[in-house]
Design a protein around this ligand. Structure first.
Ligand code: ARG
Length: 564
């Protein structure tokens, strides 16, 4: 049921083959206000071929077009405006939503092809940052969107559990560490050591040499280094798991950087064989000047590996293991140079599939306008953000609906959902400032607002003794006030497609806000439960809204409580 297609067909029936259906569809616009119709065709695209003024062409099209399937078709200046048959359109859309339920908007774009998603990937012995939250929730939402469009997503947590920083951490622990202290509060304690290390090495550069030596030992399998490393890793992972649990997010693989320790040598050998490795001041590099990039440093002069070495091994491992059709990397845009180098080296190695790798980049989260940094100890702690958000949600529920059952559970779903929604509502490349009060508001463009709109729809249905699965038979709404909501419902599949193609969950978050707004406006001036001949039609609309809002939130990884 594609109305644009229908409009395009009607136009082509008049103009003949001057433009193909696809070309016409491409030109069709959606007018800014409903007064100008539902679709508009700009006739000036034909003035060259038809050698006529666009106003004249628009007039001729209207004269000749078959108006039967439309409420009306009219020419306004160079535009032909189409008004759809609202009753029929509404009937079609609402019936479709009620039949397909949460499968409304399912598409087959992927033919079940595998898509690996490198996401979250926090660093061991450091707190999970707001940046990692972004990667986690964007990655998770993309996984849901990919599933909905018939891809098979594979969520990989590429843990930062290897690298020179472990040398630093071991050195710091050796100098100032205390086992009891670490056990009591692992992440914060390890972070404290790490921050102290970075302070002291400013004055004592030999600390860095010690740290490098420890990492070298770790890569060579030294038992003491390995024991400490494993301990730090286990403690950190335990802690991360708690956050993932609160977010309701799972992974298919936790193969982090350390997993590739024994898989890097073959890559280095292959680079050598292919004549790509050059020596530079004792280190091994791959020249990337033909890509306009700095050389990729593959092996340091002491023989240790680098971040990119492990990423090369990981990319190849993923291709061999999952034979992906796309391989996504959800990481901050500050890593774009790293990503380009990674892809360039793989291309140099002759791997065409490097073209299927995509950097799903995102912007910084700031606080009070300032950049956050673990090294300087200037961070927002994610677990504190979630706690505070839940507490704020609790307060609001206490004010607005003190008798609500399951208050704790709902507060949790609203608080955590608010943080996730806020993150996803921002186009991923935009930088944004984090302000908790703003995030948890029940009004405005927030997650709680969308959840609240869904709960309101559910409450109307409860009053009418209808649930999400009731079968309503409908003929279409006569009420013009319902039109905006109906149109919004019809846009859902197109939104899904756009969100997946652009790797942009914000498309869905923004859509959910618009749908919620349209519905709330409708609800504000329509008595839904009045007993008249249109009652069931209105309830069907409410039910459709509940289904699509809930599905939108699900795609974002946000819960939709039935009451709040
Ligand atoms: N651990 C890195 C960080 O926190 C992110 C890793 C991203 N994934 C990758 N394959 N490089 O910055």
């Amino acid at each position: 049921m594609d109305y644009k297609q229908q409009v395009a067909q009607a136009i082509q029936d008049v103009i003949g083959n001057d433009l193909s259906i696809e070309e016409i569809i491409e030109k069709i616009e959606v007018p800014k206000t409903l007064k100008m119709g539902d679709y508009a065709f700009p006739a000036f695209v034909l003035s060259k071929v038809m050698h006529k003024a666009p106003q004249i062409i628009a007039g001729e099209i209207v004269e000749k077009i078959n108006q039967d399937d439309f409420e009306k078709v009219e020419a306004v200046g160079p535009y032909v405006n189409f008004f759809l048959d609202k009753k029929k359109f509404g009937k079609d859309i609402i019936s479709q939503v009620l039949i397909e339920k949460n499968h409304y908007g399912d598409l087959n774009l992927g033919n079940n092809g595998n898509v690996t998603i490198d996401m979250s990937s926090p660093n061991i012995a450091k707190p999970m940052s707001m940046g990692h939250l972004r990667s986690t929730v964007i990655g998770n939402s993309l996984a849901e969107l990919l599933k909905k469009t018939n891809y098979n997503p594979i969520k990989i947590n590429h843990l930062g559990d290897w690298g020179t920083q472990f040398g630093k951490l071991i050195e710091a622990y050796k100098l100032w560490g205390n086992e009891e202290e670490v056990k009591k509060d692992p992440i914060n304690t390890l972070l404290k050591y790490y921050v102290r290390f970075h302070k002291e090495d400013q004055e004592n550069p030999e600390l860095d040499d010690e740290a490098r030596a420890w990492f070298k030992k770790l890569e060579d399998g030294d038992p003491e280094a390995t024991r400490l490393w494993k301990w730090f890793r286990d403690e950190s992972l335990n802690f991360f798991m708690k956050i993932y649990k609160r977010l309701g997010i799972t992974f298919d693989s936790y193969n982090g950087e350390a997993f590739y320790n024994d898989k890097m040598q073959p890559v280095i050998d292959e680079l050598k064989e292919k004549g790509l490795l050059e020596e530079s001041q004792g280190a091994m590099i791959v020249d990337l000047s033909k890509y306009d990039l700095n050389p990729a440093l593959i092996q340091k002069s002491d023989g240790t590996s680098l971040y990119i070495t492990r990423d090369l091994a990981a990319a190849i491992y993923r291709k061999n293991t999952y034979n992906f059709v796309q391989s996504l990397y959800v990481m901050g845009n500050e890593q774009s140079n790293h990503f380009h180098q990674l892809v360039a080296v793989l291309k140099e190695m002759g791997y065409d599939w490097a073209n299927d790798m995509h950097h799903v980049a995102f912007g910084l989260i700031t606080s009070g306008g300032k950049k956050l940094s673990t090294r300087r100890g200037n961070i927002i702690l994610l677990e504190e953000v979630l706690d505070d958000a839940v507490e704020l949600a609790q307060k609001q529920i206490e004010e607005k609906n003190p008798t609500l059952k399951d208050k704790e559970k709902v507060a949790d779903e609203v608080g955590v959902g608010a943080v996730v929604f806020h993150d996803l509502k921002n186009e991923r490349l935009n930088q944004f400032d984090f302000d908790l009060q703003e995030v948890v508001r029940f009004e405005g463009e927030t997650g709680p607002y969308v959840q609240y709109s869904h709960a309101r729809a559910m409450s109307i249905l409860r009053k009418a003794n209808i649930n999400e699965n009731s079968n309503l038979s409908i003929e279409g709404l006569d009420d013009p006030d319902a039109w905006e909501t109906v149109r919004m419902l019809s846009e859902f599949p197109a939104m899904i497609e756009r969100a997946v193609k652009e790797y942009e969950p914000s498309v869905i978050a923004k859509y959910a806000i618009r749908l919620a707004k349209a519905f709330n406006k409708y609800y504000a001036h329509t008595k839904i439960l009045t007993n008249d001949s249109q009652r069931e039609e209105r309830l069907a609309l409410v039910q459709s809204v509940a289904i699509v809002l809930k599905e939108s939130l699900r795609l974002l990884g946000v819960k939709a409580p039935d009451e709040m």
